[in-house]
Design a protein. Structure first.
Length: 158
């Protein structure tokens, strides 16, 4: 039985060389080297991008719009993250130094938080009324049967 210490920061496809741990040489020669091929198992929450760690955060549209604080998992445990007002879908937030350690240095990558905005699928009548009022106040049309952009531009020239 051989015990192997895997250094922090290794990636799939890397190999570790263990000197003099291989087969014995011919005619009583010294043992060769043993190579251990590494395959890093995928994580359920994180995706590794070099030294950076990517985490998809499902965020309610109200929090994305108004901002707030949410708790997210990191490699070091949970951490509170400030969500800026007006955060957009697929926007990346960065937590410096909370990624994977480097193989040849002690510097760590970053944790990247990719925002995935959740849109409610069911609204109460009051929620629908409030969103319609917001749309009106913002001069947004909720009528999908109206003129398209091409029609509006075409009518400008008529």
């Amino acid at each position: 039985m051989l015990s192997v210490t895997i250094p922090a920061g290794v990636e799939s496809g890397m190999r570790l060389r263990l000197s003099n741990e291989g087969e014995h040489g011919m005619n009583g020669g010294p043992p060769g080297d043993l190579y251990v091929a590494l395959n890093v198992k995928p994580h359920s929450h994180f995706v590794r991008k070099g030294q950076d760690i990517l985490y998809d955060l499902r965020l309610h549209f109200v929090t994305a719009t108004l901002g707030g604080r949410v708790e997210i998992p990191t490699l070091d445990g949970n951490s509170m993250v400030k969500i800026p007002e007006g955060t957009q879908h697929d926007q990346i937030l960065r937590l410096k130094g909370l990624g994977s350690p480097g193989l040849k240095s002690h510097a760590r990558g970053d944790q990247l938080i990719r925002i995935k905005i959740q849109i409610p699928t069911k609204l109460t009548p009051q929620q629908r009324e409030l969103l319609n009022a917001f749309a009106q106040e913002s001069d947004l049309s909720t009528d999908t049967q109206g003129e398209g952009l091409f029609d509006k531009v075409k009518n400008l020239f008529d």
